[in-house]
Every structure is written in structure tokens, then in C-alpha cells.
Design a protein around this ligand. Structure first.
Ligand SMILES: NC(=O)c1ccc[n+]([C@@H]2O[C@H](COP(=O)([O-])OP(=O)(O)OC[C@H]3O[C@@H](n4cnc5c(N)ncnc54)[C@H](OP(=O)(O)O)[C@@H]3O)[C@@H](O)[C@H]2O)c1
Length: 289
């Protein structure tokens, strides 16, 4: 059994590293090849092209940034899809929108390739420790084949339904993630503007019922104005855009989500795109410029 892994960014490099402990051979590819070297030193084999990656993989995982990048990687000039073997399985873990996942499944079926959408909840640290939550859309049979690999990379799998349902669930997760982060930033700034100390506000609010639990993981970053990316802000804006498009396609109004999406767009325009998405606080803050 050979597992292929395409996309060795913040998430993919850590997910692929956890696959080194399975019985399967691990074949890796990344646009920026230097990022593949540490994994090769630990036992993975580097494929020298997407074609070579696809031709030798029984299951191919992709962990790429945007729908445009996934589409180019799969079906562009150097796309891997035409080189995958009949009845092999493509598992796209990238955060993309559900209608796009269904399009990719359709493209895959033209090459007799099976497809599953399996985006993840959890960031850099859970990716490293193998504690991600996989949100899966696809058949039981395909999920069964992937389960041992999901078990290495994650702590749990939710089978949300057929193709497109994994990314549907991911849209809901990240809508709530972006909204909660922006809401917290707004409240914290109000408190500071009213003369309350940031330290006191963080101590009182984080862990209280009015604040989303994940904010606990951002407390130190905000306290120290340290926004090194775990989840880059530009990807939060991308995910809110994809949620917005999904809302349009399914006739679900997203009044708060669309406003908050534009807050992240403003933060990106002001140069915060490569920072962690908690840097949205800098955009709103009177004291954290
Ligand atoms: N970071 C998180 O906390 C987190 C959590 C859950 C889900 N996600 C989602 O997971 C996906 C990956 O996120 P990440 O944080 O790992 O992003 P990242 O560090 O920016 O990695 C992006 C990956 O996409 C590749 N890529 C970008 N443009 C490309 C192109 N034109 N052609 C080929 N490859 C290209 C990059 O290759 P290079 O190395 O050559 O740039 C890299 O392998 C995104 O969809 C994100 O929304 C992220």
C-alpha cells in the first residue's frame, strides 16, 4: 500500500509526518520541494512530479490552500488526476466549499477514481500530535479504507454523509470560528477602551460561558501581541468567503458572517494575512497596533 500526500504546508507537513508510523509507504510532493526534505530524512519518498505521485499512490491525500489551487493541482497542466490508477482513492483534506467538492468528485469519476472530502477541524498543534477531527463526506467503503490513516492523523472522524457533506460541515465550523474570534476581539477592545486592563479581561472572559472555548488557545498570543500563524488570517477570510458562497447557493442568509468576512478582508489588506487569525484583534484594538 502506498499513500501519497500532496501539500506540505503548516497542516500537511504535520499530517504526513504522522503517516510515517503506518505500515504503508509514504510518497510526498509539494510545490516548494524544500519543504519535503525533513520528511524524506525521516523515511518518506519524494515524488519528482504530481504525475509520479499519482501513478504510485493507492490513496492520495491533498492538503492545499484554496479551491483554485486544488483544481489546478488536480486538473491543470501538471494535474495529477489523469495519472491516478483506476479505482484508486483521492481524499481532499483542504478546506473548500461543498459544491467544489462535488465538482472534484465528478472530475475524479471521469478518470474512474474514487473521491472523498475530508477537511479537518484543529490547527497546527493537533495536526502535529495526531489529534485532528476529520469531517468526512463519501462512501462507507472509502471511509473504511482510510480509517487506519485517519486514526494516525486524528483523534476522531465524523462521517457527515455523501460527498460534499464533510466540507458542508467544515463551512459551519469555520463560520462559527471566524465569528467567535471577531466577537471576542470586539468585546476585548470595548473593555480596554472603557479602562479595564487587558490582563484582567483575558483572565475573566477566557473560560467564561460568554466566550468560545477555543479562545483559551489564543489567550497568550493576544496577551503578548504574538500573532505567529497557526491558522493564517488569509485562510480565515477565504473560508468565510466560501461559507458566504455556500450560503448563496443554498439560500441561507449569513448577515453576521458576511460583515465579519469583510473585517478579515480589511485585516488582510492591512498586511495581517500571514499572521494568525487572532490578529483580527489588532484591527479593532486601540492599543495593539
Ligand atoms: N492552519 C490551520 O490551522 C488549518 C486548520 C484546518 C484547515 N486548514 C486548511 O488546510 C489547508 C492548508 O492550510 P495550511 O495552513 O497548511 O496552509 P499553508 O501552510 O499555506 O499550505 C498551503 C499548501 O498549499 C500549497 N500551494 C499553495 N498554492 C499552490 C499552488 N499554486 N500550486 C501548488 N501548491 C500550492 C502550498 O505549497 P508551497 O509550500 O509551495 O507554498 C502548501 O503545500 C487550507 O485549506 C486551510 O484553510 C488550515
Amino acid at each position: 500500500m502506498t499513500i501519497g500526500f500532496y501539500g506540505l504546508g503548516i497542516m500537511g507537513s504535520r499530517m504526513a509526518a504522522n503517516l510515517l508510523s503506518t505500515d504503508a509507504d509514504l510518497l510526498i510532493y509539494n510545490r516548494t520541494m524544500a519543504k519535503a526534505t525533513p520528511l524524506a530524512e525521516q523515511g518518506a519518498t519524494i515524488a519528482d512530479s504530481p504525475e509520479a505521485l499519482a501513478a504510485d499512490s493507492d490513496i492520495l491525500f491533498t492538503m492545499l490552500s484554496t479551491p483554485e489551487v486544488v483544481q489546478e493541482a488536480a486538473t491543470g497542466d501538471k494535474g495529477f488526476l489523469p495519472f491516478m490508477n483506476a479505482q484508486s482513492l483521492w481524499v481532499d483534506c483542504s478546506t473548500v466549499n461543498p459544491s467544489f467538492s462535488r465538482q472534484m468528485a465528478n472530475q475524479a469519476s471521469k478518470h474512474n477514481v474514487r473521491f472523498m472530502d475530508a477537511p479537518v477541524a484543529g490547527s497546527k498543534a493537533p495536526a502535529e500530535s495526531g489529534d485532528l477531527l476529520f469531517l468526512v463526506g463519501g462512501s462507507e467503503k472509502d471511509l473504511d479504507q482510510c480509517q487506519p490513516y485517519f486514526d494516525q492523523m486524528g483523534r476522531d472522524v465524523i462521517h457527515a454523509g455523501e460527498v460534499g457533506k464533510g466540507t458542508s460541515l467544515k463551512m459551519v465550523f469555520n463560520l462559527l470560528l471566524g465569528e467567535a474570534m471577531a466577537a471576542f476581539a470586539e468585546g476585548l477592545n470595548l473593555g480596554e477602551s472603557l479602562g479595564l486592563s487587558r490582563e484582567m479581561l483575558l483572565d475573566i472572559l477566557v473560560g467564561s460561558p460568554v466566550v468560545a472555548p477555543f479562545i483559551a488557545g489564543k489567550k497568550e498570543n493576544i496577551a503578548n501581541s504574538d500573532y505567529e500563524a497557526e491558522f493564517p488570517l488569509k485562510w480565515m477570510q477565504k473560508d468565510l468567503e466560501l461559507a458566504s458562497e455556500s450560503g448563496y447557493e443554498s439560500n441561507a442568509p449569513l448577515p453576521a458572517g458576511n460583515v465579519i468576512k469583510e473585517l478579515f478582508a480589511m485585516a488582510k489588506q492591512q498586511g495581517m494575512g500571514e499572521e494568525d487569525f487572532s490578529a483580527i484583534y489588532q484591527l479593532l484594538s486601540n492599543n495593539d497596533k
